[in-house]
Write a protein that binds this ligand. Structure first.
Ligand SMILES: *Cc1c(COP(=O)(O)O)cnc(C)c1O
Length: 379
């Protein structure tokens, strides 16, 4: 057996990143909202059908913009899963909002839409579904509940680019959607993200909040003759070098997704027999969800010690990880948020989950080494 290490993630370069960065540099366009940013905006608007796409520094920044746009006030409640990355909650806590954690579904590990309505109070302002592993939440139910109670839906679609729900792209279904281009995601720019503004009533303020609270975007379109401070905002836009890098990735987004899907399917086929033996559970993709192979995870049988499996992978030179520490059991989650109802599924699934290496360029041979270790340690 070869001792070559298998990394958990390897950021993929399509080949044109440095070329486009040079183009931006020689065009003397280094600040934000130049030609590459415009191309990226156009691409995202075409791909998602959103009203307005706006590049940000990160998905975290896009979620922070969402909290500003919805004018979240101290004490306002935001319903979200506990099984998610910290930014989902932190963006709203920055405005004094209170995350209300609701349990997840057994199958997709997404927010359990059947539990949302009971968590709504007179302080509830928004629901934040997180499309875990690029597999959509039950958006029809979530949107119906939101409409009935006059709530906004902000999709944390950090993992969701090129994935869809009943044919509708993730990030395009709520009032707002947030994407991530962090190097661990499918389409990357190192750090990076985008806010998809679907509600036309929020477009103008979104541009203002992103440009330090000024109407600079209107000024550049010639709509006003000077730009001034309009409301609370910050600098949420990336420079052109980041947008140039991202453009090289967006151009190849279909190919990137297809290559990841080949890896995903190879794990999925190879691990079917361990699932049949009851040793693990593979990801479940509802028929109407088209996913983007963002992640391949396994859920170990509850009798199996996860650390033993992680250690076996590690001694074979394979870097595997688990996540998340549920937010409701983290120090800040306990301080700033509250739980509604039981967190039994969140607690159980988060203790059983392992993510396997998955990146563009991972070979079938390398995947077979991962699979062989799992077979040896579990079977
Ligand atoms: C990656 C991720 C984020 C944060 O994205 P950044 O671009 O790193 O800020 C937020 N939410 C979820 C669900 C994520 O996976």
């Amino acid at each position: 057996m070869t001792s070559e290490k298998i990394q958990f993630n390897r950021p993929h370069m399509t080949g044109k990143e440095l070329y486009y960065i040079a183009e931006a540099k020689f065009g003397n366009m280094l600040a934000g909202d130049g030609p590459f940013t415009k191309r990226c905006h156009q691409w995202l608007e075409n791909a998602s059908g959103c009203n307005k796409a706006l590049l940000t520094h990160s998905c975290t920044a896009a979620l922070e913009m969402a909290a500003l746009l919805l004018e979240i006030q101290p004490g306002d409640e935001i319903i979200m899963p506990s099984y998610t990355f910290v930014s989902t909650a932190n963006a709203f806590v920055l405005r004094g909002g209170v995350p209300v954690f609701v349990d997840i579904r057994e199958d997709t590990l997404n927010l359990d839409e059947r539990l949302i309505e009971a968590a709504i109070t007179s302080r509830t302002r928004a629901i934040v579904p997180v499309h875990y592993a690029g597999v959509a939440c039950e958006m029809d139910s979530i949107l119906t509940i939101a409409k009935r109670h006059n709530l906004h839906v902000v999709e944390d679609a950090a993992q969701g680019i090129m994935a869809s729900y009943k044919g509708r792209p993730l990030g395009s279904l709520g009032s707002l959607g947030a994407l991530s281009f962090h190097e661990t995601k499918n389409v990357i720019s190192g750090e990076g993200g985008a806010l998809l503004v679907n509600d036309p009533a929020l477009v103008r303020r979104a541009e203002i909040i992103r440009e330090k609270g000024t109407d600079r975007s209107s000024f550049f379109r010639g709509e006003v003759d000077k730009y001034t401070w309009q409301e609370v905002g910050s600098s949420f836009l990336p420079g052109e070098l980041i947008a140039a890098f991202l453009w090289a990735q967006l151009e190849e987004a279909t190919g990137i997704t297809e290559q990841r899907q080949v890896c995903w399917q190879h794990y999925h086929d190879a691990l079917a027999s361990l699932e049949k033996k009851g040793l693990l559970r593979r990801p479940i993709i509802p028929a109407y969800c088209s996913h983007n192979a963002h992640m391949y995870y396994i859920l170990l049988d509850s009798q199996i010690d996860r650390q033993v499996v992680l250690d076996a992978l590690k001694s074979a030179g394979i870097h595997s990880v688990f996540h998340y520490v549920p937010l409701h059991s983290s120090p800040a989650g306990q301080r700033y948020g509250r739980v509604h109802g039981s967190m039994a599924v969140t607690d159980r699934q988060s203790e059983r989950l392992i993510r396997l290496p998955l990146w563009v360029g991972l070979t079938q041979e390398q995947q077979d080494r991962v699979i062989a270790v799992l077979v040896a340690v579990l079977g």
